[in-house]
Design a protein around this ligand. Structure first.
Ligand code: SF4
Ligand code: FES
Length: 258
């Protein structure tokens, strides 16, 4: 790998398991290429730790292409690190300088308990999604033409933008209240804006909001930090839409949360 080489000090959160006491451990890492990614730098650290007969650092990742939402690190006090609009796996070491100290922590939120080291349990997001983040359509045997129902261009664009949420949880980790409203509102908006999603819209918003509260996420106080740190640029406009959907659904006598 070309590029400049960096010598770094890493302060990494180590925690043996859920509910156990954790602490920062300091490691020196030399010869990190500015052209490597942040996760490749952590791979280097783990190779060094294995060579020293020490336990490698556990961290989450999958696609390493900004798609899956698995990589979830708080880096120098910011979700996904110092760059804007990218995930941790898209963060490059050129964002750092020789001699830097980098503090690496897991997402910290009541809704995301630590499993080990830098890995947290984000299955609360799956449970919220299961509560209503889908469209029930029986397509067996008679799939209709996707373009048969006209959708206004502006609404289609907004639904598409909301669907860009990858469920990474940076919004929760960044919010001082540990609120999941940006994530949930993206999922609610994705369907609420499309005719296919309107059929179950009332029940969906009631069920997803109820589940979000049950899972222990905090309330939104409009600080906007979630929007700033979201790697996919999900807009606060979605939270306003979810609030409207929730208000109308709450006033409806026909359908209640299940
Ligand atoms: S809204 Fe943004 S920050 Fe939150 S889960 Fe979705 S992509 Fe991640
Ligand atoms: S590893 Fe998939 S988004 Fe980062």
């Amino acid at each position: 790998m070309a590029g400049k080489l960096l010598n770094l000090t890493l302060k990494v959160w180590r925690q043996a398991g859920s509910g156990q006491q954790g602490k920062f451990e300091e490691y020196k890492l030399e010869g990190v290429s500015t052209e490597s990614s942040f996760l490749e730098m952590l791979d280097m650290l783990n190779e060094q730790l294995v060579e020293q007969d020490k336990e490698p650092v556990s961290f989450d990742h999958d696609c390493r292409e900004g798609i899956c939402g698995m990589c979830s690190l708080f880096i120098n006090g910011r979700a996904h690190g110092p760059d804007r609009g990218i995930t941790t796996c898209q963060l490059h070491m050129r964002m750092f300088n020789d001699g830097d100290t980098i503090v690496i922590e897991p997402w910290r939120s009541a809704g995301f308990p630590v499993i080990k080291d830098l890995i947290v349990d984000r299955t609360a997001f799956d449970r919220i999604q299961h509560a209503g983040g889908f469209v029930s359509v029986n397509t067996s045997g008679n799939t209709i033409d996707a373009n048969a129902i006209p959708v206004e261009k502006e609404k289609a664009d907004k639904a598409f933008a909301a669907a860009a949420c990858i469920g990474c949880g940076a919004c929760v980790a960044t919010c001082k209240n540990g609120s999941a409203m940006l994530f949930v509102s993206a999922k609610v908006s994705q369907y609420a804006l499309l005719p296919q999603g309107r059929v179950e819209a009332t029940r969906r918003v009631l069920n997803m909001v109820r589940k979000m509260d049950e899972e222990g996420f905090g309330n939104c106080t409009n600080t906007g930090a979630c929007e700033v740190e979201c790697p996919k640029g999900i807009s606060l406009e979605n939270i306003a839409r979810m609030n409207r959907e929730f208000l109308f659904a709450s006033l409806s006598n026909d359908i209640k949360a299940e």
